[in-house]
Design a protein around this ligand. Structure first.
Ligand code: FES
Length: 142
């Protein structure tokens, strides 16, 4: 089977349509400090918008930044990366507080980042988040 010989460049090219996306996503999740973020999560604090946009007990998906922000019953905000931990796809759907990955159907709890539906097994990466002048600021260094 071609999939067993990873040394063959011709074989590797066959999987090239999927592999680079997955590689970028995983790199963005595990990289600390420098590295290429590509289509990953913010590498510096970003202004996501007014804090009033995230209701208590709710969540909001910021697709442009691959970030989800949630607020628990006490009003505490949390932010997570929405780069799927399965193979690195950007998650583009939020139903209530459940994130749904378009690639293979993994689901995550937007409040805790935990997996609620496989094939993903690892939770979403948590990001620093804070409120400044009524704005949600999220990302490393926030
Ligand atoms: Fe999200 Fe596979 S990349 S389920």
């Amino acid at each position: 089977m071609p999939s067993r010989s990873s040394a063959s460049r011709r074989t590797v090219l066959r999987g090239a349509a999927v592999a680079p996306v997955a590689g970028l996503g995983l790199a963005a999740c595990s990289a600390s400090g420098q590295g290429s973020a590509g289509a990953g999560t913010p590498t510096a604090p970003v202004d996501l918008g007014a804090e009033s946009e995230v209701a208590k007990g709710g969540a909001k998906l910021y697709r442009d930044y691959n970030v989800v922000v949630s607020r628990d019953g006490n009003g505490t905000l949390k932010a997570h990366s929405t780069i799927c931990t399965h193979a690195g796809c950007p998650i583009n759907k939020l139903q209530g507080t459940t994130l749904i990955c378009p690639c293979h159907g993994s689901q995550f709890d937007a409040v805790t980042g935990k997996v609620v539906q496989s094939p993903a097994t690892e939770p979403l990466a948590e990001l620093p988040v804070k409120i400044t002048s009524g704005r949600i600021i999220a990302g490393p260094g926030a």
